[in-house]
Design a protein around this ligand. Structure first.
Ligand code: GAF
Length: 391
């Protein structure tokens, strides 16, 4: 039996989160906001190297119902974790722990970054989400961005994204880059977001491939960004840049053949492969943008698969569950497939002719079961709306 993870309409999400708020606090919420998860089409593990990424916003979102307070108290509720009550002074590196670190961290970072229009007087907030947790689809960024926009709706979205990254790095202690928050806050429907992590600039790339389906395969192999492996990859990329005398590997990616020769000169085999992934992935993003703009989705698909192989072989962030999902999609006739997000579990994406979707789902399910892996869950997605007000 196929397991789907479904998005909900804005009206359904609003009803669910306002009900939940009433249930928790016995009053109606003042406002409801929502922010989407993302899949990254291509440009993986390059945001913290000043690279280029090409994510889309998912139809799956986190909604937050909020009411402002005047006594400084913060009350955070979600069906996905224990309730947290506290004050700004209770928030700091590693405090609170667990899911509440993300929204509490956002409040802290909005204040640190001077983004509150008025003095912060406290808030009651209840979250309801359709972004699966631990699936590598940016459930944390959706949580952060929904609350950031609710609490500072007039702030510039790039500034909000930066505050959310600060919350994640400094309070939740996940050393992530900025792609997920940019995707959630700065995407637009029907488009992929081309993010230049060196300058912070974004542009919208039309992404609505005719006759093709974008399938998300959640391998259900849990993915975590705070367990040290992501941090190790990031540290290796930064070490490679230092050895090569550049501030970030993006500089080498922009130098063409000279940059590639510099990476090849690295003596340490592991560092060389990590750095090679980064500069080759940045080149693939540029080609993918051109392919999408000219409607050449056969080429786009080849780039997706090349990205996966680079992440598997050189960056070593894939795993048997992700490789199996990609293999199944390719066997079923996908134009391309790859792991998406941080890796070590989580989700893969496949771009395939609409008539091949059922076959890809059956094959992914069968191969996973045959290999003793968890049964995957599936969603068909399109480039969706960014963070927004629902009520
Ligand atoms: C995670 C991180 F949060 C992003 O910043 C990015 O580095 C991604 O992994 C890998 O491309 O989603």
């Amino acid at each position: 039996m196929t397991v789907w993870f479904d998005a909900r309409s804005d009206a359904e999400l609003t009803a669910a989160v306002t009900d939940s708020f009433r249930h928790e606090f016995d009053v109606d919420a003042d406002e409801v906001w929502a922010a989407p998860g993302r899949v990254n089409l291509i440009g993986e593990h390059v945001d913290y190297a000043g690279g280029l990424c090409l994510p889309i916003a998912l139809p799956h979102s986190t909604a937050v119902a909020v009411s402002r307070r005047t006594d400084g108290l913060i009350r955070l509720r979600s069906s996905d974790g224990a309730p947290w009550d506290g004050r700004l002074a209770d928030i700091g590196p590693g405090r609170p722990a667990g899911w509440a670190a993300y929204p509490a961290g956002v409040i802290w970072a909005l204040r640190e970054n001077g983004l509150f229009a008025h003095d912060f007087g406290g808030v009651d907030a209840v979250f309801v989400s359709t972004v699966p947790i631990g699936a590598g689809l940016s459930s944390s960024a959706a949580l952060e961005c929904s609350l950031a926009l609710a609490l500072a709706p007039d702030a510039d979205r790039a500034d909000l994204a930066a505050a959310c990254v600060r919350a994640e790095n400094d309070i939740a202690l996940a050393p992530t880059g900025g792609m997920d928050q940019a995707a959630s806050l700065r995407s637009s429907e029907g488009h992929a977001l081309l993010l230049d992590s060196a300058s912070g600039a974004v542009s919208q790339v039309p992404f609505a491939p005719e006759g093709l389906t974008l399938l998300v395969i959640d391998t259900r192999a849990p993915h975590r960004l705070v367990d040290g492996r992501y941090a190790k990859r990031r540290a290796a990329v930064e070490r490679a840049a230092r050895r090569l005398g550049v501030a970030s590997l993006r500089e080498l990616a922009d130098r063409g053949r000279d940059g590639a020769d510099a990476v090849r000169s690295l003596k340490d085999d592991v560092l060389r492969r990590r750095a090679w992934h980064v500069i080759s992935e940045i080149a693939r993003v540029r080609l993918a943008v051109a392919a999408s703009e000219s409607g050449d989705f056969a080429e786009f698909g080849r780039l997706l698969y090349a990205s996966h192989m680079s992440l598997h072989r050189d960056f070593e962030v894939s795993c048997p569950e992700l490789d199996t999902a990609v293999e199944a999609a390719m066997v079923a006739g996908a134009l391309g497939a790859r792991m998406t997000g941080g890796g070590f579990g989580g989700s893969a994406i496949a771009l395939l002719p609409a008539e091949k979707v059922d076959d890809a789902i059956d094959t992914a399910h069968r191969l996973a079961v045959d290999r003793g892996l968890p049964e995957p869950a599936f969603a068909v997605v399109a480039a969706s709306a960014p963070a927004r007000r629902l009520l």
